[in-house]
Design a binder for this molecule. Structure first.
Ligand code: G3I
Length: 340
C-alpha cells in the first residue's frame, strides 16, 4: 500500500514537472504581459488537423478570416449560414480559445440585397436585425466584435459605404449602441488599416471620432490597428506608441488585429532584417503597452495569405513558411515576448 502511494505521488510530481517544463509557446509568453495572441482562421483550416494544431499552439484568441462576413453568414435578407461559424466557435471553445467576430459591418464582401437599401429606416432595420440575430445567437460565446471595419478613407474623410449613404455618418454610433444593448458583456471594437501612427490623417480622424464617442458615452471598448505592413514603407514605432497611449488615455484597448509584414519575394537579406525589426517592435509595443490586449496575425502560413493575391510580387508576410515550419521571424517575436 505504502509503495503504491509513493508511486502515485512520484508520478504526480513528474507530470507537474513535465508540464511546467513543456516548451512555452508564443501565447504562453504573451499571456504573461496580458496579451492574447492568435490568428485569422480560414474555413479550410477547420478541415486540416496540422493547421489546427498550429492554431491551438499559438492562439488564445481567433478571428474568422471570412466566414463571419455578410456574404457568408447573411447572404440573403432571410438567409443565414451558421455552419462554418458554428464549427469555428466549437473548435475555439473546445480549446479554450476566445473568439473575435469579424466583422459586423464594412464596405466589402456584402450580399447583393444590401444594394437595394434606400432609406435610413430600411437600413437601420436591416442593421439592427443583423446585430440582434448574431449577437443573441452567440451571446456569451463571442468575446469581442469588430463592429465596424474600415470606415475611413486615406484622407480621413468617412468612407461612403452603403451604411453611410443610407443611414448617415451616425451609422457607426448606432451600431455600437445596438451591439452593447444586445450583448453587454461583449467588447466592441472599431477596426481600421493605416490607422496605427499618430500624425497620419486617417489615424487622427479615427482618434478624434473615438474621442468624441467616449465623451458622449457611445459604447466602445477598443480600436483595432490592422497593421498590414510592408518592408518597403517607413514604420515609425514612436508614432505607433503615442497613438496607443492616447487611446489608453481614453480608457480604451488597442488590438493588433490583422498583423502581417509583406516584402518583395523572393526576399532579400535586407527585407528579412526589416521584417524582423518591424515584427519585434510590434511585439515589444504589445508587451510594454498595458492597453494593447491582442496580437493577431492575418493567417499563420505564407502558403495561405491574402497578400500575394492582392500585391503581386509580394508575400512571405507571416510567421510560418509554406511547409508549416516556424520562420526565424517567429523566434524573434517569441523571444520579444519571452523577455521580462
Ligand atoms: O467565396 C468565394 C468562392 O465561392 C469563389 O469560388 C472564390 C473564387 O472567386 O472567391 C471566394 O470569395 C473570396 C473570399 O475571400 C472568400 O475566400 C473572394 O474572392 C476574395 O476576394 C476574398 O478575399 C478576402 C478579402 O478580405 C476580401 O476583401 C481575403 O480572404 C481576406 O483575407 C481579406 O481580409 C481582409 C479583412 O477582412 C479586413 N482587413 C483587410 C484584410 C485583407 O484584405
Amino acid at each position: 500500500m505504502k509503495k503504491t502511494l509513493v508511486l502515485i505521488f512520484s508520478l504526480g510530481l513528474v507530470s507537474i514537472l513535465l508540464s511546467s517544463c513543456a516548451k512555452k509557446t508564443l501565447k504562453d509568453y504573451a499571456a504573461k504581459h496580458g496579451v492574447k495572441t492568435g490568428v485569422a482562421v480560414a474555413v479550410s483550416d477547420l478541415n486540416n488537423e496540422e493547421h489546427l494544431q498550429i492554431i491551438r499552439e499559438n492562439s488564445s484568441i481567433v478571428v474568422a478570416e471570412n466566414c463571419m462576413k455578410w456574404e457568408s453568414v447573411h447572404p440573403g435578407k432571410t438567409t443565414w449560414n451558421w455552419n462554418e461559424v458554428d464549427r469555428m466557435i466549437e473548435f475555439a471553445e473546445k480549446n479554450k480559445i476566445a473568439v473575435k467576430w469579424h466583422t459586423l459591418f464594412w464596405h466589402n464582401q456584402n450580399p447583393r440585397f444590401l444594394s437595394s437599401l434606400e432609406t435610413r429606416e430600411q437600413a437601420l432595420e436591416v442593421m439592427d436585425e443583423h446585430i440582434t440575430t448574431i449577437m443573441t445567437r452567440y451571446k456569451g460565446r463571442i468575446s469581442e466584435y469588430d463592429v465596424v471595419n474600415e470606415m475611413f478613407n486615406e484622407d480621413g474623410t468617412m468612407r461612403e459605404t452603403i451604411w453611410y449613404k443610407t443611414i448617415g455618418p451616425d451609422y457607426i454610433e448606432h451600431a455600437l449602441i445596438k451591439a452593447r444593448e444586445t450583448d453587454p458583456n461583449a467588447k466592441l471594437f472599431l477596426n481600421e488599416y493605416n490607422n496605427e501612427e499618430q500624425g497620419n490623417k486617417k489615424a487622427d480622424a479615427m482618434y478624434e471620432m473615438v474621442k468624441d464617442f467616449v465623451k458622449r458615452g457611445i459604447p466602445i471598448d477598443g480600436v483595432g490597428f490592422q497593421l498590414h505592413l510592408a518592408t518597403i514603407y517607413p514604420y515609425n514605432a514612436v508614432a505607433v506608441k503615442s497613438n496607443i497611449r492616447r487611446y489608453a488615455d481614453l480608457g480604451l484597448e488597442v488590438s493588433f488585429s490583422e498583423v502581417d509584414v509583406r516584402m518583395p519575394v523572393p526576399p532579400s537579406e535586407n527585407s528579412l532584417k526589416t521584417q524582423t525589426k518591424i515584427y519585434s517592435s510590434l511585439a515589444k509595443l504589445a508587451k510594454e503597452e498595458p492597453n494593447v490586449t491582442s496580437f493577431i496575425t492575418w493567417g499563420f502560413t505564407d502558403k495561405q495569405s491574402w497578400v500575394p493575391y492582392t500585391f503581386t510580387g509580394y508575400g512571405d508576410a507571416l510567421l510560418y513558411n509554406r511547409d508549416l515550419k516556424k520562420k526565424p521571424v517567429y523566434e524573434a517575436v517569441l523571444q520579444e515576448f519571452a523577455k521580462k
